[in-house]
Design a protein around this ligand. Structure first.
Ligand code: SF4
Length: 317
C-alpha cells in the first residue's frame, strides 16, 4: 500500500480577521406596497425575500389560484367595461370561459390533478357570486371600468414605488374613482377592521393606490377590497369612503366605513420612513414576526432561526 502524500495534508490556518459589521440595503431601486407589507408583517421575512433572495419560494396552489383568477377578471373586463344588469347570464358564461382558459394556463401551479379540478370548481362557483354582485352594483350606480391591472409608479421624496392596480372604476354620475383590489386570500372582515390595519401600518396597498391615482389627477373617492376567497359566500366588498376629515366611528361589523385624508397622509409618511430605514445601510438586525400566524405559510420558516413558537406551544415549553 502506498504511504499517504503528506504534502497534500490539510493545514490549519490562523483564523481570519472578522469583517467589520456592515449594514443591509434593499437590493432593488424601487419599492412596492407588497414589499412594505412584508416588512410590516415581519422584518426578517422582508430580509429573506428582498435582500437574500437565497431561499426559493416555489409559490403555492393558493398563489396560482389568485393569479389565474386575477387574469380571468382582467380579460373579462376588457369586454365588460360598462357592466349591464341585463347581461348577467352572458357575463357569467363569459367569465366561466375565461376561468377555464386562465386556470389551464396556470395548471403547473397546482400540485395534483384533483387539486386543480377542485380549485376550478371553486372558481366557477365564485364567478356566479361575482357576476351577481356586479349586476347589483351596475343597477345601483352605473360605472365604467377605466383600468385593469394598471401599472402605476409614484415618486415620494426620492423613493420610487411601483405596483399594479387590479381595477379602477369611474362612477358615471359623480366621476369619483374607486380603486378595487381583488382578494383571493383572507382579508379584514369589516371596514373598521381594515381601517385599523391601515392605521397600524400593517397594509400600504390601498393608501399607495390612493396617492398614485390622486397624483395622476383622479378624484379617488373609495378604496375597495373585493373578497373572492369563499365560493359559498356572497361577494361583499370591504369599502372605505375617502373623507376630508375623520368621521364618527363606523359600526363594528359594517362592510362600509370611511378613511380620512389624514390617515392616508400618515400611511404615506410611514412608507417614506420605512424606505429610509431600508436604504440607510446602518448595521441592524431584522426582528421576527410578532404574530406566529405570519410564520404558518412562510417560505423561509426552515431558514429562520428566530421563528416564534406556534401559539399552542408558547406556554408548553
Ligand atoms: S418564519 Fe416567521 S419570523 Fe421567520 S421570517 Fe418567516 S414570518 Fe418571519
Amino acid at each position: 500500500m502506498r504511504a499517504p502524500d503528506s504534502s497534500r495534508a490539510f493545514e490549519l490556518a490562523e483564523p481570519a480577521e472578522r469583517d467589520p459589521a456592515g449594514g443591509v440595503r434593499a437590493r432593488r431601486a424601487h419599492f412596492s406596497a407588497s414589499a412594505l407589507n412584508a416588512y410590516a408583517e415581519c422584518e426578517r421575512k422582508w430580509f429573506y425575500r428582498y435582500v437574500c433572495a437565497a431561499v426559493d419560494d416555489p409559490g403555492s396552489a393558493a398563489s396560482a389560484y389568485g393569479s389565474a383568477f386575477h387574469l380571468a377578471l382582467e380579460r373579462f373586463h376588457e369586454r365588460y367595461v360598462h357592466p349591464q344588469p341585463d347581461d348577467e347570464a352572458a357575463m357569467h358564461a363569459d367569465l366561466v370561459h375565461e376561468i377555464d382558459a386562465t386556470f389551464a394556463q396556470y395548471r403547473h401551479g397546482f400540485p395534483t390533478a384533483i387539486e386543480f379540478e377542485i380549485q376550478v370548481r371553486r372558481a366557477h362557483r365564485t364567478t356566479r357570486k361575482y357576476v351577481e354582485w356586479l349586476a347589483v352594483e351596475a343597477r345601483k350606480a352605473p360605472f365604467t371600468v377605466v383600468g385593469r391591472e394598471l401599472p402605476v409608479q409614484l415618486d415620494l421624496e426620492g423613493f420610487t414605488f411601483i405596483g399594479f392596480i387590479d381595477r379602477l372604476d369611474r362612477d358615471a354620475q359623480t366621476g369619483g374613482v374607486t380603486v378595487v383590489d381583488y382578494k383571493t386570500g383572507a382579508i379584514a372582515a369589516s371596514a373598521s377592521e381594515y381601517l385599523q390595519v391601515v392605521r397600524e401600518f400593517g397594509d400600504f396597498q390601498l393608501p399607495f393606490y390612493y396617492w398614485v391615482r390622486t397624483a395622476a389627477g383622479d378624484r379617488v373617492t373609495r378604496l375597495s377590497l373585493l373578497p373572492l376567497k369563499d365560493a359559498l359566500l356572497d361577494v361583499r366588498p370591504v369599502c372605505l369612503e375617502v373623507v376630508p376629515v375623520p368621521a364618527a366611528a363606523t359600526r363594528r361589523n359594517a362592510p362600509i366605513g370611511t378613511i380620512s385624508i389624514a390617515d392616508l397622509e400618515r400611511a404615506k409618511a410611514r412608507m417614506i420612513e420605512i424606505c429610509r430605514e431600508l436604504t440607510s445601510a446602518q448595521p441592524r438586525s431584522f426582528a421576527p414576526a410578532g404574530d406566529p400566524q405570519a410564520c404558518v405559510f412562510c417560505a423561509y420558516a426552515l431558514a429562520c432561526t428566530r421563528r416564534p413558537p406556534p401559539d399552542g406551544n408558547r406556554f408548553g415549553r
